[in-house]
Design a protein around this ligand. Structure first.
Ligand code: SAH
Ligand code: SF4
Length: 368
């Protein structure tokens, strides 16, 4: 049986160089191909798409490699005008969702790391659908490439589906560029550690998409060994930890993974992470009315995070089919923030509710 073709989006530039060296191709061709893949965003090996690569190089690529195309099964625009969700088909027919968000000139792609998720958080649509499989590094990178291509279409003026939020500093015409990646789509990125880290290496390559450490945020449910590994390997990304509760019992009721990795272990790992990397952690807190949004809860999280470099991201609960909770109202969210700020000097933000009408908000991604 012939070997499966190599997915080029799975390879770092160095791995591509080694592959070309094995094939007897010059490093100049590696550099050119890298530019075609991540600057020109080429989607084929044709002479038109890759004019400076000799025919023999393109023929070898066509014979032995592939670009994991992720055809769009469905694209949906939010009425907010800033959010577009893509249902993408993977080479084996599985499907994932990727979200493009464009607020005040900051273009962010929210990418998936798995088909479904094994962690089963009660309020999350991805958790409710269960786990199917990990994504490959190439399937993670290809989502970013897909979004970057979409932006080019917008810039080219053929698609005005996404508008720029008006503001004094916003020029009339902007060339959008993919600026940020959040690993907050479907799946638990630290459950698929190796593939996610390989994808980050490729995304941050300065000669390619150049999404460096400050531009990538990885959100975890609290996979303790993964957090410790991120710290030990000093991985280049921001870290967000989904906390949602400040006591073990309350947290375990929302996040079953807390039974495996306790709150104490999680906080110890977060401390180690911040001490080792010097980085602040974002702590995410899905606000559910009457469940984790009282003044007592705010004080408990304040105490829990005392002395840690932290910012709290409050996310009013988004609706999902399998969970009946109600989002905290904005006055209660403000009271929560005020306590964190005034009593604990702890910065926080309330995540803007965007794309809820197309189920593109946090925790709403799932395949029907
Ligand atoms: N698996 C990772 C990243 C994906 S979810 C994680 O759990 O951190 C991104 C964020 O959305 C997490 O903080 C998650 O807890 C939160 N979330 C999940 N379901 C939600 C919902 N229905 N409403 C609001 N936030 C939700
Ligand atoms: Fe998985 Fe994150 Fe959803 Fe929990 S919140 S089920 S970890 S995707």
């Amino acid at each position: 049986m012939p070997a499966a073709p190599t997915d080029l989006y799975c390879l770092t530039r160095e791995e591509l160089r080694l592959l070309f060296a094995r094939w007897g191709f010059s490093p100049i061709h590696t550099a050119r191909l890298w530019g075609y893949l991540y600057l020109a965003l080429a989607d084929s090996f044709s002479a038109e798409a890759m004019p400076e690569l000799p025919e023999k190089v393109r023929a070898k690529l066509a014979a032995e490699t592939r670009l994991a195309a992720l055809p769009v099964a469905l694209a949906t625009d939010s009425a907010d005008g800033f959010t577009r969700k893509f249902l993408l088909t993977l080479p084996d027919g599985e499907r994932i969702e990727t979200v493009l968000m464009r607020f005040t000139g900051r273009v962010t792609a929210c990418v998936s790391s798995q088909v479904g998720c094994a962690m089963g958080c009660v309020f999350c649509a991805t958790g409710q659908m269960g786990y199917t499989r990990h994504l490959t590094p190439g399937e993670i990178v290809a989502q970013a490439v897909h979004v970057a291509r979409q932006l080019r279409i917008v810039a080219g003026g053929t698609d005005h589906g996404l508008k720029q939020k008006p503001g004094p500093a916003t020029p009339a015409i902007t060339i959008p560029r993919l600026r940020n990646i959040v690993l907050m789509g479907m799946g638990e990125p630290l459950h698929n550690y190796d593939a996610v880290m390989q994808a980050i290496e490729i995304l941050r390559d300065p000669n390619g998409l150049a999404l460096g450490a400050e531009r990538i945020t990885l959100s975890t449910v609290g996979v303790v060994p993964g957090i410790l590994r991120l710290a030990a390997e000093k991985r280049a990304c921001h870290l967000a930890v989904s906390l949602h509760a400040a006591t073990q019992d309350e947290r375990a009721a929302l996040v079953p993974a807390a039974k495996k990795w306790s709150l104490d272990e999680l906080m110890a790992a977060c401390r180690t992470y911040s001490e080792t990397t010097g980085r602040r952690i974002f702590y995410e807190w899905t606000l559910i009315e009457g469940q984790n949004d009282s003044a007592t809860h705010a004080r408990a999280v304040g105490e829990l995070l005392r002395g840690l470099p932290a910012q709290v991201n409050l996310i009013p609960l988004n609706p999902t089919a399998g969970y009946g909770g109600t989002p905290t109202r904005s006055d209660a969210a403000k009271r929560f923030q005020k306590i964190l700020a005034e009593e604990f000097n702890l910065p926080s933000t309330v995540r803007q509710r965007r794309g809820i009408d197309i189920a593109a908000g946090c925790g709403q991604l799932a395949i029907a």
